[in-house]
Design a protein around this ligand. Structure first.
Ligand code: 5GP
Ligand code: ZN
Length: 114
């Protein structure tokens, strides 16, 4: 685990954060700079930089991240109104933290991507 990684340090409790959910695979926090009324980050426990490094070994973690997102959408009351899941990869996508994470945004009409 990289000690310079913000998300590893949140997981290690070196940086305080409100962890809303955690299990053996991933954890969920509120984004510090929300762009929607609900803006959560679903983060794998183990440091994983880019999807470039994806292998079959990672399949359970990917499943658990989507399961956590779905469950958080229910608990935040947005599973009916809708939500968006986004993964930024590298500079053109504006990825700020090189530790894979899912953004879950909801609670307002989200701008169309199309
Ligand atoms: P990215 O741009 O890498 O896809 O997303 C990184 C996200 O992490 C950004 O939306 C940013 O607001 C959020 N973020 C950056 N630093 C912290 C932090 O220390 N705590 C939390 N909870 N979120 C952070
Ligand atoms: Zn990390």
């Amino acid at each position: 685990m990289s000690v310079e990684c913000i998300f590893c340090n949140i997981k290690n409790k070196q940086i305080p954060s409100d962890i809303l959910f955690e299990d053996d695979y991933c954890f969920v926090i509120n984004d510090i700079n929300p762009v929607a009324p609900v803006h959560l980050l679903v983060v794998p426990n183990n440091h994983f930089t880019y999807l470039d490094n994806l292998t079959d070994d990672f399949a359970p973690v990917i499943f658990k991240m989507f399961e956590a997102a779905k469950n958080m959408a229910f608990s935040k009351g947005v599973s009916e109104s809708g939500y968006r899941l986004v993964i930024n990869q590298k500079s053109d996508a504006g990825q700020e933290i090189p530790h894979l994470h899912l953004h879950l945004t909801a609670g307002t009409k989200l701008k169309s991507l199309g």
